[in-house]
Ligand binder design. Structure first.
Ligand SMILES: Nc1ncnc2c1ncn2[C@@H]1O[C@H](COP(=O)(O)OP(=O)(O)OP(=O)(O)O)[C@@H](O)[C@H]1O
Length: 246
């Protein structure tokens, strides 16, 4: 792959004697939608924390947007967006206040923040809601807004950690339309999900089992390789052998 946006080579993280992520290697291209699947405890969050410059690896190499995870975590943080269920918008601030807050965190100027706020509320059809507290909005709206906010500073890569948890299939589908749009514009999307229908929407999917990447291919390639009707079947077959998890 020429100039991969993410490149991991034998990336490893141990906690004491326990190896949470065990020598994983993969590359993700610019504008690619890369699905990062695995059962609970497989090591996805640990891998993602290393790639986002939040956790130092024990061994191995990785670059993200061309920056080294050991040497240049601060540069990485500037070039990525991050959205998760746990780390997201402030419930007791309004839609507009949240945008302003994150614009400030991402070092955008006042004028740019104002312009981005207008664009964003218009694009999301949230003009009427812009002065409402986030806490009063339905979860699907919060997710769409959190995604847009993660893209405010026009990052090269956006990391999405279970971005659509807890909403209905139509809302999830709308969220994925937003994902397609930014990927078409060239942003790389790295996404974890427990919804197997969403795995089918990715360009390529990796499946982690007990700290290792046991499979990595396009959805069609995985189905062929495992002679399965859908990704769920592939996933279950791989995850059944897992020792970790609930
Ligand atoms: N700080 C830590 N100290 C010790 N063990 C940890 C730490 N963080 C994660 N682990 C262990 O590493 C393993 C992988 O955890 P991780 O959170 O990366 O999995 P995951 O695939 O993201 O799971 P989930 O889908 O439940 O979030 C688990 O067994 C977990 O208990």
């Amino acid at each position: 792959m020429n100039n991969p946006m993410i490149k991991a080579e034998k990336l490893t993280r141990k906690f004491g004697d326990f190896t949470a992520v065990d020598h994983i290697s993969f590359e993700v291209g610019a504008g690619e939608i890369f699905g990062f699947l695995g059962a609970n405890g497989a090591g996805k969050t640990t891998a993602m924390r290393m790639l986002t410059g939040l956790l130092v690896p024990t061994e191995g190499e990785a670059t993200v947007a061309g920056y080294d995870v050991y040497e240049q975590p601060e540069q990485i943080k500037k070039r990525i967006g991050y959205m998760s269920q746990k780390f997201s918008l402030y419930e007791d601030l309004t839609v507009r206040e949240n945008i302003r807050l994150y614009g400030g965190i991402y070092d955008l100027g006042d004028q740019q923040i104002k312009q981005k706020s207008d664009e964003l509320v218009n694009m999301l059809g949230m003009k009427e809601l812009q002065n409402k507290m986030i806490g009063s909005l339905p979860l699907g709206w919060k997710q769409k807004l959190a995604f847009s906010v993660a893209l405010l500073h026009e990052p090269d890569i956006v990391f999405l950690d279970e971005p659509t948890g807890g909403v209905d299939p139509i809302t999830r589908r709308q969220f994925w339309e937003q994902i397609y749009k930014v990927a078409e514009e060239g942003t790389t999307v790295f996404v974890t999900t427990h919804y197997m229908d969403e795995a089918e929407y990715c360009d390529r999917v990796s499946i982690m089992v007990d700290g290792n990447i046991d499979a990595l291919d396009t959805p069609a390639g995985l189905k062929e390789q495992f002679d399965a009707d859908d990704i769920e079947e592939v996933f279950i077959r791989l995850a059944r052998g897992a020792e970790r998890g609930e």
